[in-house]
Structures are given as C-alpha cells and as structure tokens.
Design a protein around this ligand. Structure first.
Ligand code: ADP
Ligand code: MG
Ligand code: MG
Length: 248
C-alpha cells in the first residue's frame, strides 16, 4: 500500500531524514516513536505534501503510484488522511457544510453515489457518537475557537467520516489528556479492517496502550534504527530512549 524507499528530506537546507525505508501493507497499524527532534513530524509532513519539506532523494509509492508528485488534495482523494490536512479555520463556514462537501467529493472520486443531506446527517450522528462529540460542535465554523481537546475530536471525527485507507496521525508530544488519547484510539481502532492501515506517530507509549500496533519503529536522527512488534513500545516505556542514543 505505502512503500517508502531510501527517503532523504531537507528543511531549509538541513538534512533531516536520512534514508527512511518503510513498507505498510493493507490492514497494518505502524507506530513511529522516537525522541524529540528525530524527524517524526518531518516524515508525516512530507507525506502530507507540505511545501517547505524538500525530498532530495528516494521514493514514496502509494498503491504503486508516485505519491510525491501529487498535490495534497489529490493524496487525500486517493484515500490518505493526514492530521491537520484540513483547514484550521474557515470563518463563517459551518463544519457540517464543509464536511458534507469533503465526503461527497471523496465519494465522487471513488465512483460512489453522493450522499443526500439526510443520509449525511445519519452518517454524521453515527460517527459523532463514536468520538463522543457534542452535537453543538458541528454547528461552529471549521475549527473556530475550538479547545485543544475539541480540535482533536474534530480531527478524528473527520477521519471517521472520510474512512481513509491510510491514516497518518502525528500526535503532538504534549497536551493530550487521557480523554483525547482514547478519542484518537477509538477512531483508529474503528477504522481497523483488512483493507485499511494507519501510521501513528507518537512520542509517548501511553497511546499504544489503546492502539495496539502491528509494528513499532524507532526513528532517531532521521533514520529508523529499530523495528519490532508491539513489545518494543513497552520496552521504551521501561527503558526510555537513552539506550537508543548510546547505540546509535
Ligand atoms: P520530531 O517530530 O521527531 O520531534 P521534527 O520532524 O519536528 O522531529 O524535527 C526534526 C528536526 O527538523 C528538528 O531539528 C527541527 O528543528 C527540524 N525542522 C522540522 N521542521 C522544520 C521546519 N519547518 N523548519 C525548520 N526546521 C524544521
Ligand atoms: Mg517534536
Ligand atoms: Mg513531532
């Protein structure tokens, strides 16, 4: 599904990613962990297509097609979901209208029938229940005046609606309380199926108490220095990152 080969990425002339190799197959959940400044967000951002990240060599294929050539919105239509891909704020545009257009655009792209207003509302209620989101939130303009926890719920709610085939979530290192962690985990777990995959970037092991990954990778100084199963996250919880630093 996703195949990253020998990827080198620079930001402002500084080489941040130094030869990343990663294969994600359908149905798999991969966790990417590592100390601050390792390049985790850089990897997520380059997959999202953020401009300031320059790929200096290597390749990324999604369904066999060159992902790096595509505009961010086309990556999304092809079934990729990246946290914070959607506008932070569109004053005056209620989220419901915005999301209905987004969902229907994706459906059209997949050759599926567009949802009527009634069908969309039904789907929306179902997904709101899943993330335990207050109905009032959807009447507000997109992300306008949302608290940190509400933004997180909103993001996972958008993901649940769009049902991406590959979700890439970059979880910030701070500010996620247990409630928000559970929201993220519920969203990812609800999407799990033999066809869907996820890459969860996280600094903390705690999130992986709720999302049990198939693989855990440690990114350090721009390289994946270790890959193992879910037990690696527990090992990190116990030992921290210092042993990675002395070994590499
Ligand atoms: P992590 O998510 O693992 O904490 P990041 O990918 O955010 O690591 O950062 C890796 C390195 O790249 C850091 O040294 C950071 O300062 C640098 N970096 C990342 N994004 C930018 C940017 N947009 N502009 C300048 N430097 C950046
Ligand atoms: Mg960081
Ligand atoms: Mg980061």
């Amino acid at each position: 599904m996703l195949s990253i080969k020998d990827l080198y990425v620079s930001v402002e002339g500084m080489e941040i990613l130094k030869g990343i190799n990663l294969e994600v197959k359908p149905g798999e959940v991969h966790a990417i962990m590592g100390p601050n400044g390792s390049g985790k967000s850089t990897l997520a951002n380059v997959l999202a297509g953020k401009e300031e990240y320059e790929v200096t060599s290597g390749s990324v294929l999604f369904d066999g097609e060159d992902l790096l050539e595509k505009a961010p919105e086309d990556r999304a239509k092809d079934g990729l979901f990246l946290s914070f891909q959607y506008p932070v704020e569109i004053p005056g545009v209620p989220m419901v209208n915005f999301l209905k257009s987004a969902v229907n655009e994706h459906r059209k792209h997949k050759g599926e029938k567009e949802l009527t207003a009634g069908e969309f509302l039904k789907l929306m209620r179902e997904k709101m229940d899943m993330v335990d989101m207050h109905p009032n939130l959807t009447n507000r303009s997109v992300n306008e005046g949302f608290s940190g926890g509400e933004k997180k719920k909103n993001e996972i709610f958008q993901m649940a609606l769009l049902e991406p085939r590959l979700a890439i979530l970059d979880e910030t290192d701070s500010g996620l309380d247990i409630d928000a962690l559970k929201t993220v985990a519920n969203g990812v777990n609800a999407l799990r199926s033999p066809e869907r995959s996820a890459i969860v970037v996280t600094h903390y092991q705690r999130l992986l108490d709720y999302i049990v990954p198939d693989f855990v990778h440690i990114l350090y100084k721009g390289k994946i220095v270790k890959t193992a199963g879910k037990e690696l996250a527990l090992e990190l919880e116990e030992k921290g990152y210092d042993w990675i630093k002395t070994d590499n």
